[in-house]
Design a protein around this ligand. Sequence first.
Ligand SMILES: [Zn+2]
Ligand SMILES: [Zn+2]
Length: 106
Amino acid sequence: MKFCSKCGTVLKLDAKKKLYVCQKCGTKEQMEGEIVIPRNNKGQDKIIVIGKKERNLSTLPQTKVKCPKCDNAIAYWWMVQTRGIDESATQFFRCTKCGHTWRDYT
Ligand SMILES: [Zn+2]
Ligand SMILES: [Zn+2]
């Protein structure tokens, strides 16, 4: 559970926008973690939550993929289980240079 930093009200989670929203004063706060499933563990139910810190520490695997924003050729990648555990995970990329994040639609 998360509380509003301004007024202390319990924040409501908007999963789609990955934001916590305060119903009282309208403050929005970013979700701290994402549910990440590494590709190697796809067959298992193991779920790893990567927080802001870890993501900044460059611990994610890298792959050769072109950033749509700055044309850099290397990006970090991770898998996110968006819906049910049985559904296929979505692959996300983050540019090592400009930090742009995008998802793989293929
Ligand atoms: Zn508030
Ligand atoms: Zn980039």
